[in-house]
Design a protein around this ligand. Structure first.
Ligand SMILES: NC(=O)c1ccc[n+]([C@@H]2O[C@H](COP(=O)([O-])OP(=O)(O)OC[C@H]3O[C@@H](n4cnc5c(N)ncnc54)[C@H](OP(=O)(O)O)[C@@H]3O)[C@@H](O)[C@H]2O)c1
Length: 334
């Protein structure tokens, strides 16, 4: 089986390529050669999908499946999808749950995505809307040979910008820290390796349609995630669970300052971590325990170059001041 990965050297794409090679696929990757090294067993093609004439390297060749992990702009995704439609069996586009309308509907399933024109460029609109335009571009070119996959949060080893990494780095510094939210809040995280294996199985089987993907509802909590980060780093860090109102009033920004934290009164919050991913499980997605994801991510981070492990999601002084303020208010509360 021949597989073309548009991207393949960052995070999820790299896991897909590694697993595909192990699984006996003949793999081709297409990227600019800037982000990371191509897998030694892959045939590496170079080009910039956003540039005029940037797809020349894809002008010939045939593949059983294309997996597009790098498409963020409808106009350029449309160009590559049209170019490949007659020479590739199926196209699997990695979209995002963000492509769905927000606030989400209860048990949000494979609903119609947002609306986005095909000629939209990066400057036009936000991430989720652009992803919706990319979905449409792939569907228009590949028709019933297109599979649109919409994952929620993916994390695990090599996730340079991921939320688990942020909490691990913070926990490794020890002391008190602010996770935001409450220990019992649900979270639905996906491990990059589980997603990669599932996507390859879908590609091998030539699946089509749209599938949402998220960690199992109700299996993991924010407290479980934070405890795992504290346990594997072994620095005795101590979470301080300040409430939403306090954090919001202090100007703490959801997700940007505290990864994975969204105040409970955010419109649609009730559906944020209750995404129904039954179709993904029915087609073979399986999720390893969150602890394993955290442990393996830490095993990689622990050996990161000096200096990296000293950073975290929140400036230390601000964190300290907020914790003191919160604990002071709690102590003086009637
Ligand atoms: N992480 C999450 O929680 C999450 C959740 C939902 C959906 N997703 C989606 O999952 C996908 C995974 O992304 P990833 O970064 O892990 O994929 P990846 O394929 O591992 O890395 C991105 C690849 O795109 C290539 N690339 C970037 N700009 C390019 C350009 N202009 N022309 C050609 N190649 C280009 C990069 O190489 P060069 O820079 O060398 O070109 C790199 O190989 C994304 O589409 C993301 O939206 C992620």
């Amino acid at each position: 089986m021949r597989l073309l990965v548009l991207g393949g050297t960052g995070f999820l794409g790299r896991h897909i390529v590694e697993r595909a090679v192990l699984g006996g696929w003949h793999v081709t990757t297409f990227n600019r050669g800037l982000t990371g090294a191509d897998h030694p067993a892959a045939e590496a093609l170079r080009g910039d999908r956003e540039a005029e004439g940037g797809l020349t390297a894809l002008a010939s060749g045939r593949w059983d499946a294309v997996i597009d992990t790098s498409g963020h702009v409808p106009a350029s995704v449309a160009r590559s999808a049209r170019l490949l439609a007659d020479r590739a069996g199926t196209c699997l586009y990695v979209s995002s749950l963000a492509a769905l309308p927000w606030p989400a509907k209860p048990a949000s399933d494979e609903l119609a995505p947002r609306v986005c024109p095909l000629d939209a460029g990066l400057e036009d609109t936000g991430y989720g809307t652009l992803k919706a335009g990319c979905e449409r571009a792939v569907r228009e070119a590949f028709g019933d040979r297109a599979l649109i996959v919409r994952p929620g949060v993916i994390t695990g080893p090599r996730d340079d910008a991921g939320p688990v990494r942020g909490w691990l780095l913070r926990a490794a510094r020890g002391g008190r820290f602010l996770p935001g939210g409450a220990p019992g809040d649900p979270v639905q995280l996906l491990d990059c390796r589980d997603v990669a294996s599932w996507l390859l199985a879908c590609a091998r089987e030539g699946r089509a349609g749209s599938i949402n993907a998220a960690g199992p509802v109700g299996r993991t909590t924010r407290g479980g995630l934070v405890d795992a980060c504290v346990a594997v780093t072994g620095a005795g860090a101590e979470p301080v669970w300040a409430d939403d109102r306090f954090l919001t009033a202090a100007g703490v920004r959801p997700w940007l300052d505290l990864p994975l934290w969204t105040p409970h009164d955010t419109p649609g919050y009730g559906h944020l971590w209750t995404v129904d991913a039954a179709a993904a499980y029915a087609t073979g997605l399986s999720c390893r325990p969150l602890y394993e994801t955290v442990e393996d991510t830490w095993a990689e981070l622990r050996d990161a170059p000096a200096g990296e492990a000293e950073t975290g999601p929140f400036p230390a002084e601000r964190e300290r001041a907020l914790i003191e303020d919160w604990l002071g208010r709690r102590a003086s509360a009637p």
